[in-house]
Design a protein around this ligand. Structure first.
Ligand code: SAH
Ligand code: SF4
Ligand code: F3S
Length: 443
């Protein structure tokens, strides 16, 4: 049968979609190979910033010499990048023969088979109607990782933050029915998955489109009690919609629901938050953080922050530095604002010069790296139960896992230890990860 290679860029949603595509293609007898042997190379790409898009453009360029020689392989561009600029990619490169946006993932397996049957044609599955959605049913049983999996609980986003492309590429917000999600979680748990991360652009608004009042907190509780999963995580929480019942549910179902929350603040200036259309103030954010920290001791709190949104003055930016010092996040996903065509912020005339954005980003990263190191150093000597879920990218006989609060921990161990929960004592701290040793028989 046919052979494919898959490369995934971007966030966990694209990883989940990639795993679902793998599962569907395997069911049809396709085999996964390296790019050299593949009939079709699938690039499941991201569009969140220009840099993410450029990665796909530059990957596409690499196929030129082989195409000249062999007229192979066909390239399929999928994911958010396909919805945003897939048409341009197909127009520019003759090897891009298949384009399908994230709302047409269900069209991928049949579409790729049609492509193989009609090699002279180009296939495009894109729909500019933001409500269009063709899902790919079934749990992602072919996964990047055997022990952990993602489950998308809601598609799309209706928030239209000024800077963000997601509502345009992923379309309108739709919650998946709880019974589908819980069934998928059960299938995954039965397949050996120990940790599940529930995904949505704004998990707190899960269920807001249902008429029966079923909420995200209900889903968390049912997920913890009724699926057999050992660890449950979720991302991303929107500060505007974060409700106390989520924290209550997390506290009640510890340690299955891990004490870890990503709560993207985006800016420390109320003026910029309002320009961003985020719907909360720093004071409101502060109240939410107090609630979280008082109810969930040891919680890992991470955030996302954009520097250089149009109109951001030196004073606004100073306020972003101040909130980093005040809240002392475990991790900050920081980014320089990148204009996305079609969004409100990209149309503004008060863009911040590139050098200024880069200087702000560097300072943010310097400040945060010191804070993260201090927090991590305070954990040396602590004991955590860690699921060893992967081989560390560097170093022989080094495995990695995460603390309940979602910090990466490296420990020495052979691959036979993968998929085990072990007690780990933290022995060393870096600004981006911890090192530890497995403590056996500790009383
Ligand atoms: N739904 C999540 C974020 C999804 S996008 C939320 O509401 O927070 C992931 C992160 O990418 C965002 O939190 C933001 O910090 C960053 N991001 C999104 N659009 C961006 C842009 N145009 N320029 C720079 N960073 C951006
Ligand atoms: Fe983008 Fe805002 Fe939706 Fe997050 S909530 S995906 S930042 S529009
Ligand atoms: Fe990128 Fe789409 Fe995720 S734009 S960040 S892959 S939702």
């Amino acid at each position: 049968m046919y052979r494919y290679a898959l490369k995934v860029y971007g966030c966990q949603m694209n990883v989940y979609d990639g795993d679902k595509m793998k599962t569907a293609l395997k069911e049809r007898g396709w085999t996964e190979t390296g790019e050299e042997e593949a009939d079709v190379v699938i690039l499941n790409g991201c569009s969140i910033r220009d840099k993410a898009e450029q990665k796909v453009w530059s990957d596409l360029g690499r196929f030129a010499p082989r195409w000249e020689r062999e007229r192979k392989p066909f390239v399929a561009v999928t994911g958010c990048v396909a919805q945003n600029v897939g048409r341009k990619m197909a127009a520019r490169f003759p090897w891009v023969r298949f384009v399908s946006g994230p709302r047409h993932i269900g069209a991928v397996p049949d579409g790729l088979e049609k492509l193989m049957a009609s090699p002279g044609e180009t296939f495009q599955f894109l729909d500019d109607d933001p409500r269009a959605f063709i899902d790919l049913p079934g749990a992602p049983v072919e996964r990047v990782n055997p022990w952990k999996a993602f489950v998308t609980i809601a598609h799309g986003c209706d928030n239209f933050c000024s800077y963000c492309i997601v509502p345009y590429v992923r379309g309108r917000f739709v919650s998946r029915p709880p019974e589908d999600i819980l069934e998928e979680m059960r299938t995954l748990a039965a397949d050996g998955v120990l940790e599940i991360t529930l995904l949505g652009q704004n998990v707190n608004s899960y269920g807001s489109d249902f008429s029966d009042g079923y909420t995200f907190a209900n889903l968390l509780r049912d997920g913890a009690l009724k699926t057999g999963v050992r660890l449950l995580r979720f991302a991303t929480s929107h500060p505007r919609d974060f409700t106390p019942d989520i924290v209550d549910t997390m506290a009640e179902h510890s340690p299955v629901i891990c004490p870890s929350i990503n709560l993207p603040i985006q800016s420390g200036s109320d003026r910029i938050l309002s320009l961003m259309n985020r719907g909360y103030s720093v004071e409101r954010y502060r109240e939410t953080v107090s609630l979280i920290r008082s109810r969930l001791p040891g919680v890992g709190l991470t955030t996302d922050l954009i520097v250089g949104h149009p109109g951001e003055t030196e004073e606004d930016y100073r306020q972003s530095l101040k909130v980093l010092e005040e809240f002392r996040f475990d991790l900050v996903h920081s980014a320089a604002y990148s204009p996305r065509e079609g969004t409100a912020a990209a149309r503004r005339e008060d863009q911040v010069p590139r050098e200024e954005k880069m200087a702000r980003l560097n300072e943010v990263n310097r400040l945060q790296s010191g804070i993260a190191l201090e927090i991590n150093e305070s954990l040396v000597g602590s004991l955590f139960t860690v699921l060893l879920d992967d081989v560390a990218p560097r170093g022989e006989e080094l495995l990695q896992g995460r603390t309940p609060s979602d910090k990466v921990v490296l420990v020495e161990g052979g691959e036979d230890m993968l998929g085990r929960f072990v007690p780990v004592e933290i022995t060393r701290a870096d600004n981006w990860c911890l090192s530890g040793r497995i403590v056996e028989n500790r009383k």
